[in-house]
Ligand binder design. Structure first.
Ligand code: BTN
Length: 244
């Protein structure tokens, strides 16, 4: 039997990071939203530009009954969710740069930071943090790599936010029943990855030709050492504006 839990929506004016709030919460299922983050985090320990009312900063707290190895699939699912929501409110084609970047014309418009808390019984909670550049401006190197949706209207931003909340929980329900399989086709269709890529791992950077994604969402590359797959990491691909 499925018990539908109505997610709580917790709003902040200012917070260090909505992911931090979600990670320490006792709520069963919730979304934490802030107008600004004073220490917004991206993947690989980077910071996430989170000025007041310039972006959407939201973190979904869920408690999936899954094995740790299935957690990366939630990031891919969330990337699909974000692409669909963005396309509803901005006249754009959204693509995904595995595993957690949403690109518009080769520039990053949104990112996902999935973090997990483990207990004695395994995965205790997962936090999927989503940051969307709605009306940010960027300087320096970021100006080449990042882009905003150019949505500054408060009401439109709110609608986008509501769309993401509704779609995330709808997609998550499908994920809990069917797993990543339900999202893989769309993920592959939206993938911006092709040709020669670099995969940046904690210990080394590898180059290879992109082959595809397997059923777990791992990326497969081929080089002189044969085929290898990676469930996590960061890739560098050649886009319209250089490597992103
Ligand atoms: C990335 O692309 O590196 C991930 C960026 C994730 C940013 C979001 S904003 C809401 C949530 N809170 C954070 O501190 N990070 C995520």
């Amino acid at each position: 039997m499925w018990i539908l839990i109505k997610p709580e929506i917790v709003r902040f004016k200012s917070v260090t990071s909505t992911n931090d709030e979600a990670k320490k919460s006792d709520l069963l299922q919730a979304v934490f939203i802030a107008d600004e983050q004073t220490a917004g985090r991206g993947s690989k320990g980077r910071s996430w530009q989170s000025e007041k009312n310039k972006g959407l900063y939201m973190s979904f707290l869920i408690r999936p009954r899954i094995e740790p190895k299935a957690i990366p699939g939630l990031t891919l699912m969330a990337a699909v969710t974000v692409c669909n929501a963005i396309e509803k409110y901005a006249d754009v084609n959204a693509q995904i740069k595995w595993p957690n970047d949403v690109l518009l014309n080769g520039r990053k418009a949104a990112g996902i930071l999935t973090e997990s808390v483990f207990g004695s019984g395994g995965v205790e909670r997962v936090v999927c943090g989503i940051g969307i550049n709605t009306n940010q401006t960027f300087s320096g190197e970021l100006d080449i790599k990042a882009v905003s949706l150019e949505i500054s209207d408060k009401d439109k931003k709110m609608l986008l936010c509501e769309e993401i909340i509704a779609s995330f929980f709808k997609d998550y329900e499908v994920f809990t029943k069917k797993g990543l399989a339900a999202f893989l086709l769309e993920f592959r269709q939206r993938s911006a990855v092709s040709g020669n890529i670099k995969i940046i791992l904690p210990s080394e950077t590898l180059s290879g030709i992109f082959i595809g994604f397997d059923e777990t969402g791992a990326i497969i590359i081929e080089n002189e050492n044969g085929r290898q797959s990676f469930i996590a990491g960061e890739i560098s691909i050649r886009g319209e504006h250089g490597y992103v």
